[in-house]
Design a protein around this ligand. Structure first.
Ligand SMILES: NC(=O)c1ccc[n+]([C@@H]2O[C@H](COP(=O)([O-])OP(=O)(O)OC[C@H]3O[C@@H](n4cnc5c(N)ncnc54)[C@H](OP(=O)(O)O)[C@@H]3O)[C@@H](O)[C@H]2O)c1
Length: 326
């Protein structure tokens, strides 16, 4: 059957994770797909950074060079922001490539368009890595909860915020000190705004909303509040009452509309998200038949995110007839 040629857009934390995971799990992928997966090209922004890739791998800043690769079948997208990720994914689909993305900012806004475009071109779009990192929530909902009427989804979708809240409570640290520790561990960016102001969790919630309810609430109507206004006194006062602050992303049906919020919420010990600690993410789904289930695990990081992307490949890949892979 030959080789499945794949390209990586972005070679940061996630891109490198996918590159290494494809190599370290070569046999498992081959057993599943019937062919070896080969990363043949990497798209980057800065041509002067040194990259740890094989000599046969094309490293380029020019996306057209990637599109021109004969027999390219899969594009992993792991760059940052709405553009150029969206345009690149659209073009890759038009070329007949399966697309697997980790880019939540892009997918929250353009997911519907990408999925429609992929359908029209007979290719697959995988987006497990956009939401809750390594926790297989997207494919669980898409494949295992197709008949259940899902009434509500409540989730912890930002590991950095959850880590900071855990540190504040366990070590009695003020917010700024807990944030500094998150940055030392590499959990929070130098500019942590997206995490601690709730924007990252908002994007992931919108992706879940489209999947579960077939649509998103009006973005302007969603209450989005980060954890940055919480003080150590707030956290300690809650602890004395046996409660914990959790940064909860919540979406549910309300009559004919969808309601959603992303904000710190006080939860009691019996709440499904009370015990989710550190950088973990968790998603609780309320279904008409299954009742309440919670999926939890690592919400970010090099290999958990790579895991989601190569599992997407394993689950969604099929050879497109006109493909001419060597
Ligand atoms: N990190 C995580 O744990 C995680 C988890 C889930 C999802 N994600 C998502 O995955 C994506 C990648 O995250 P990351 O943490 O890997 O980011 P990162 O470490 O900052 O890496 C970003 C990569 O994208 C490249 N890039 C940026 N803009 C580009 C452009 N215009 N054209 C070509 N390449 C460009 C960068 O090139 P240079 O190397 O030349 O700078 C870099 O290789 C993001 O959308 C993020 O939200 C991340």
């Amino acid at each position: 059957m030959g080789t499945i040629k794949a390209a990586l857009l972005g070679f940061g934390t996630v891109g490198q994770g996918v590159y290494e995971a494809v190599r370290s799990h070569r046999q498992q992928l081959k057993a599943r797909l019937g062919a070896e997966v080969e990363i043949v090209a990497v798209l980057i922004k800065n041509p002067y950074k040194k990259r740890d890739v094989g000599r046969s791998v094309l490293v380029t800043t020019d996306f057209e060079e990637i599109l021109a690769i004969p027999g390219l079948e899969v594009v992993f997208e792991a760059i940052v922001g709405e553009e150029p990720g969206f345009s690149y994914c659209m073009k890759a689909i038009e070329k007949g490539c399966h697309v697997i993305t980790a880019n939540k900012v892009m997918f929250a806004k353009y997911g519907e368009i990408l999925l429609e475009h992929a359908k029209a071109h007979g290719v697959y779009v995988g987006y497990e890595a956009t939401t809750a990192g390594g926790v297989p929530v997207i494919r669980t909902i898409a494949h295992q909860l197709q008949v259940n009427d899902i009434q509500r989804v409540q989730a912890i979708l930002n590991g950095t915020s959850n880590f900071i809240l855990t540190e504040m409570r366990e070590k009695h640290l003020p917010f700024e000190e807990a944030l500094a520790i998150a940055q030392q561990h590499g959990y929070a960016e130098a500019d942590p705004g997206n995490d601690i102001e709730g924007k990252d969790a908002f994007c992931k919630l919108m992706i879940l909303s489209r999947l579960v309810f077939g649509g998103q609430p009006d973005w302007k109507e969603v209450e989005v509040e980060g954890i940055n206004a919480l003080t150590l006194a707030d956290v300690e006062k809650a602890e004395k009452k046996g409660l914990r602050y959790k940064h909860i992303a919540d979406v549910y049906r309300y009559g004919d509309t969808l309601k959603a919020s992303v904000k710190p919420v006080l939860v009691p010990p019996e709440h499904a998200l009370y015990a989710i600690e550190g950088v973990n993410n968790a998603v609780t789904i309320y279904g008409s038949l299954i009742g309440k289930i919670t999926l939890a695990g690592p919400g970010a990081g090099k290999f958990p995110t790579a895991s989601a992307m190569i599992e997407d490949l394993a689950g969604g890949y099929r050879r497109i007839p006109q493909m001419n892979a060597i």
